[in-house]
Ligand binder design. Sequence first.
Ligand SMILES: Nc1nc2c(ncn2[C@@H]2O[C@H](COP(=O)(O)OP(=O)(O)O)[C@@H](O)[C@H]2O)c(=O)[nH]1
Ligand SMILES: [Mg+2]
Length: 435
Amino acid sequence: MADTIIALSSGAMPSGVAVVRVSGPRSGALTEALIGALPDPRHATLRVLRDSAGAEIDRGLVLWFPGPASFTGEDCAEFHVHGGRAVVDRLLAVAVEHEGVRLAEPGEFSRRAFVNGKLDLVEAEALSDLILAETEAQRRFAVEQATGAQSQLYANWRERLLTARAMIEAEIDFSDEEDVPGSVSDEVWADVSSLVAEIDQHIASSDRGRILRSGFDVALVGAPNAGKSTLLNVLAGSERAIVSAEPGTTRDIVEARLDLDGYLVTIADTAGLRETDGLVEAEGVRRARLRAGQADLVLHVSETGAFNDLSLGDGRTIWRVRTKTDLVRGDADGDADFALSSVSGSGVDDLVGAIRSEVGRRAGQTDTLAPGRARHIELLRTGRTYLIDSLSERLPLELRAEALRLAADTLGRITGRIDVEEMLGAVFSRFCVGK
Ligand SMILES: Nc1nc2c(ncn2[C@@H]2O[C@H](COP(=O)(O)OP(=O)(O)O)[C@@H](O)[C@H]2O)c(=O)[nH]1
Ligand SMILES: [Mg+2]
């Protein structure tokens, strides 16, 4: 018999209410032991919860969800008790005294829901995203994926490939019979080619998915003392980074997370770029370059208006930001895109406004689905490689059909339809306890 698992499923205590969730075959027996007779299924009922000696633990709403009509598909119960540490600790302690009942591991409820076919992997991941969502765009992205639209797309692709493979195998089987009509394979390969194009387009939108899900990454870089940390603090609206007239103060990367029009924007303050003998500062400079090399947007900050080449490689969007305009008179902006003073505040709104529109543009307003997780993108890329193999006319038809099967399996792994046992641990262990 599977273990019956129990955990606090609601957030930080103390709180008005805490929700403790139980799932597994002994849920009913445990609930009866705590409150007496089971309440009607799915009806919130006020009950006293008692330990085995009959002493009251607390009183609260109890819900009984007999499987399979429950979140996990198993028998489940919920106890809505007062959100005090000691209340919840006592309830959990009393519960795990029962044979076959133990505390849940991170993500274990969702994992059971997946195993019992209540959710596919994409939906389970989306649920975890929904719980972690801090901004409106993240919430919308997670909801879209949680409702299965993305899963449906992959299921359709997989279906097409399985059909294609069946047609090719039929052709292989009948190829020595004279009266088979003209090859159907041209049509099949044309469809596989167009599927490659669709997958390419989908992968190309992964930047958008990543920005929606993980946020838009901005890196502040430039010479020491240019005013990077001060600018970060102004953008964050709080003293996040240490500001000092002494050059080389910032070594670690300091981040501020902003919500701009519902999009999560992460701004990273970095060590000033300069040659240095200090080991710690040199490491800071290395990290600054690395971060800038991966950022969605680099703000190149300079107090002089002179901007040396950052040599960050191709594809970086770099904006030149002249700082400390309160200290200079007249026009000395050089070739800056923005000029501002973190002290007087002038010019700061222009920069924020520009970041706002850049994020909106790059995150896109369209409804097309975008993959937001590295796991999905990796599998899409692998699937695409198999499709390219299948299109190779140099290969015997048997191998081309096999490549179609491998591609279909790879797409099946995204939603978890295909042997996923080995990656379940990786997916669900990152969930929080009680989920
Ligand atoms: N007058 C003026 N001083 C500034 C401005 N921004 C930064 N500073 C000063 O310049 C010095 C270096 O700033 P900091 O933000 O630590 O530079 P960082 O090394 O690029 O992080 C500090 O003394 C700041 O107070 C500004 O807009 N106007
Ligand atoms: Mg600094």
